[in-house]
Design a protein around this ligand. Structure first.
Ligand code: FE2
Length: 177
C-alpha cells in the first residue's frame, strides 16, 4: 500500500513521495541540487548581463550567443528546480537566497571588454561543471538515477558545449592547429 506523502524525518525539509527512494537519499540530492540551482541561476544571469553589456568588433555575434546560452541555462534552472520538488524538497528561488548560496564570485556592475566577460563566464562554468560531476557520482552511488541523468545528460553536457562555444573566441583563428 502506498502511504500518504508526509514530511519526513529530515527536519521537515523533505516530503516523502512514493518514488522508491530512501528519504535520506532524496535529502542529500536536494541539498546538492539547491547548491547547483543557485550557481546555475547566477551563471544564467551573468549571460544576460553580458548580452546587454557586450561591446567591440564581436558585438553582434556575442550579443546573440550570450542570449542563446541564457535561454539554455534558464531551461536548466527549471529542470533542476523541478527535480528538487520531485524529490520532495523545496527549491530556492529568489535573488537573496541565490546570492547567499552561490559559489560564483560577484561580478562588478561596470561593463567589461568581451575577453573579460568570456573569462568570467568560463570560470563560472568550471565551478558548475566541477560540482555537477561530483554530485552526479554521489547520486549514482546512492541509486538516485534520475538526478544522475539530469546532471550528466543535461547540466554537464550543456555546460561543456557552452564552454566550447565561448572559449573558441579566446584562442585566435586556429591557424596551424
Ligand atoms: Fe535581448
Amino acid at each position: 500500500m502506498i502511504s500518504k506523502p508526509e514530511r519526513a524525518a529530515t527536519n521537515g525539509r523533505v516530503t516523502r513521495f512514493p518514488i522508491a527512494l530512501d528519504v535520506a537519499v532524496c535529502a542529500a540530492s536536494v541539498e546538492n541540487l539547491n547548491q547547483l540551482l543557485a550557481d546555475t541561476i547566477s551563471l544564467r544571469d551573468l549571460y544576460k548581463k553580458h548580452h546587454w553589456q557586450v561591446s567591440g568588433p564581436t558585438f553582434y555575434q556575442l550579443h546573440l550567443l550570450f542570449d542563446k546560452h541564457f535561454g539554455e541555462q534558464s531551461e536548466l534552472v527549471d529542470e533542476i528546480a523541478e527535480r528538487i520538488q520531485t524529490l520532495g524538497g523545496v527549491s530556492i528561488a529568489v535573488a537573496h537566497d541565490v546570492a547567499e548560496t552561490t559559489l560564483i564570485p560577484r561580478a562588478p556592475r561596470a561593463r567589461d571588454e568581451a575577453s573579460v566577460q568570456i573569462t568570467r563566464l568560463l570560470h563560472a562554468h568550471e565551478i558548475v561543471l566541477d560540482e555537477a560531476r561530483a554530485m552526479a557520482r554521489q547520486a549514482a552511488a546512492a541509486g538516485d538515477d534520475g538526478t544522475n541523468d539530469l546532471l550528466v545528460s543535461d547540466v554537464i553536457r550543456t555546460n561543456e558545449r557552452q564552454v566550447w562555444f565561448i572559449a573558441e573566441h579566446l584562442v585566435g583563428d586556429g591557424a596551424g592547429r
